[in-house]
Design a protein around this ligand. Sequence first.
Ligand code: UGA
Length: 445
Amino acid sequence: MKISIIGTGHVGLVSGVCLAEKGHQVICVDVDQDKVNQINQGTSPIYEKGLEDLLKKNLDSNLRATTEFYRAVIETDLSLIAVGTPFDGTEIDLSFVETVSRHIGKVLKDKDAYHVVVVKSTVVPGTTDEVVLPILEETSGKTAGIDFGVGMNPEFLREGEAVHDFMFPDRIVFGGMDQRTIDALEELYGVFDGADKLRTNNKTAEMIKYASNSLLATMISFSNEIANLCSAIGDIDVVDVMEGVHLDKRLSPILPDGERIFPGFTTFLEAGCGFGGSCFPKDVKALIAHGKRHDRPMRLLNEVMRINEEQPRKVLSILKNHFPRLEGLRVTVLGLAFKPGTDDMRGSPAIPIIKELLAQNALIKAYDPVAKSNAQGLFNDDNISFCKDLDDAVQNVHAILLITRWEEFKKIPELLRDLDQQPIVIDGRRMLDKRSVARYEGIGL
Ligand code: UGA
């Protein structure tokens, strides 16, 4: 199939490269000429495991990038809209989706063949039918359902695992205004056998995406609320509590041979210093705003966000129990990315933690295996220095705050063993054995 993908961000580029790998003819479109050049030279503008290799492999045969919007759309059978939908503080900003829809509509005006337009960006329920479709009709002067089809196909990629998630999907959701649109999506994804495919209308497809992310975010805030109560009561460790919860056979089923399966889902039921990233915070807030618009206050999700916004501060309040005055205190912040496996700092709990430490004149050493240069761009202050390695980061400090679950941090007990002065380790991810360091504290302990 000939496909144009509008927007070469995380979702657009990964989708483009993977669909090319699966044998489709893909043109990636972006307004940014530098990005387009980079892609055409075989360099990925974003870091994502395995992406650049696949990009190089498919360039020239099945894949190319361009800024020529008109040609890309007119020469292809189906366009995927994969532009950003940032949260503007009140609701999601649909301006990029609207602009792209207008441009596509203008091309459709000149196109005789039937074309399918599919929204892949995360948009609140109703956007595809009530915003995109009318813009397409208005600018093309044609009729949806006759001259062109309109669909919605949410993506479920995790940052850092995006190529794998795309190539081996757990589900593919086909939203479509009619059967013809859904048939086109069937053809597009026919190359992915084995994945569960769900056919539905556009609004349901949009809602599936929000419901999925909201559920995972809720699990995290639920675990954190329990953790905070465990700390308040005393003599309870949330790690033991959640282990007991995970052993419910409905969460971790027992196979006939007696073995347990621990689904990935249970990792969202662990206490920590909160979720971040470019998706969970934005999507939950967008759904809350959308609920308000429909006169349905999202009470549970409001609390999910509130708990999450307060959670990074729990690490600091543990620190203050030990050191009531933070001025001049030497503190190491370990982990700056919002999760391991990425250099992305968007929504990272490390940000409010560092800001507060700086406000209180603490002296910070910060270390992250990959996010250092992003962090340097965010914090320009004499009181923060960025360490080259973990060994350096743990030396000569009063306290270590563990914020991101990087595997490398499991070496901390070993690195601390020979130090004369033992720092206090505050484990914001509960990833270390509490008996493995001399002075251990953690969320939910
Ligand atoms: C999330 C979803 O997991 C994807 O399914 C979805 O497609 C994506 O958002 C999106 O909407 O585009 P992502 O933001 O890449 O993916 O990150 P996750 O790995 O889900 O992590 C999000 C947050 O949850 C992180 O702050 C992380 O620390 C936390 N988390 C993640 C946990 O607490 N436990 C886990 O097991 C995984």
